[in-house]
Design a protein around this ligand. Structure first.
Ligand code: SF4
Length: 221
């Protein structure tokens, strides 16, 4: 059982990095590497909510072929956006939000994505998860993006003991060295998609099993 300190956390991260290197990159990481653009990260993150990664990938690619800036996006009809991002979950709602976001970026932020948590949280459809991802991946500002994978695995590992993502974000800021705040999301998302699944994690072949407290795990492979 791990007793978490900087040494064990860095050992954990090193093993997660080795694991990630054997997996296909996530859509958001691919977009980050291709574009280095907060706008693209923000749009893809909105599309990705409640949507499978491969669907997000195709939907983002189709939309970016039509619009690569807030001004382009504001010039599209809502139906065109919906058609481009279909079959992403809630594609009609997301199309409306994306068009509203583009208009707000132009009206209030000089056509740029703001590099501030408070400003990002004023955009329709943007919660802490999306805002922190944009800060980290888009601007390189240390922020912890806690999605369902980060919340679940952090608790299973015993890194935190929390009941919702907001608590997990707060608790992880106390546990993780600051240089790990941005990369921990991609590491745990990749790990959650490929190994530590929600209902039946693959504990028997897990590369971090020796560090994991397996809290709350009742069924595993
Ligand atoms: S041992 Fe099981 S619960 Fe723990 S991280 Fe590995 S797969 Fe997840």
């Amino acid at each position: 059982m791990a007793r978490w300190n900087e040494t064990t956390i860095r050992e954990l991260v090193s093993r997660l990095e080795a694991f990630r290197d054997t997996c296909r990159p996530t859509t958001l990481t691919t977009i980050e590497q291709l574009t280095r653009s907060p706008f693209h990260i923000l749009v893809s993150c909105i599309i990705s909510l409640r949507t499978k990664d491969e669907v997000t990938h195709g939907a983002s690619r189709r939309l970016f072929a039509l619009a690569s800036s807030p001004a382009d996006l504001a010039g599209l009809e809502e139906d065109d956006i919906a058609q481009a991002i279909f079959p992403a979950g809630f594609y009609n709602t997301k199309a409306r939000q994306l068009r509203q976001i583009a208009a707000i970026l132009i009206d209030r932020f000089n056509g740029q994505v703001p590099a501030s948590l408070d400003d990002l949280l004023t955009l329709p459809g943007v919660g802490r998860k999306t805002a922190n991802l944009v800060l980290g991946m888009g601007f390189d500002i240390p922020a912890i993006c806690v999605d369902t994978h980060v919340h679940r695995i952090s608790n299973r590992l015993g890194l935190v003991s929390t009941s919702n993502p907001a608590q997990t974000e707060q608790a992880l800021t106390q546990v993780l060295p600051r240089d790990l705040w941005i990369p921990i999301n991609d590491l745990l998302v990749t790990f959650g998609q490929n190994q530590c699944h929600p209902t039946s994690p693959r504990c028997s072949t897990c590369p971090i099993a020796g560090l994991c407290e397996r809290r709350g795990v009742v069924r595993s492979r």
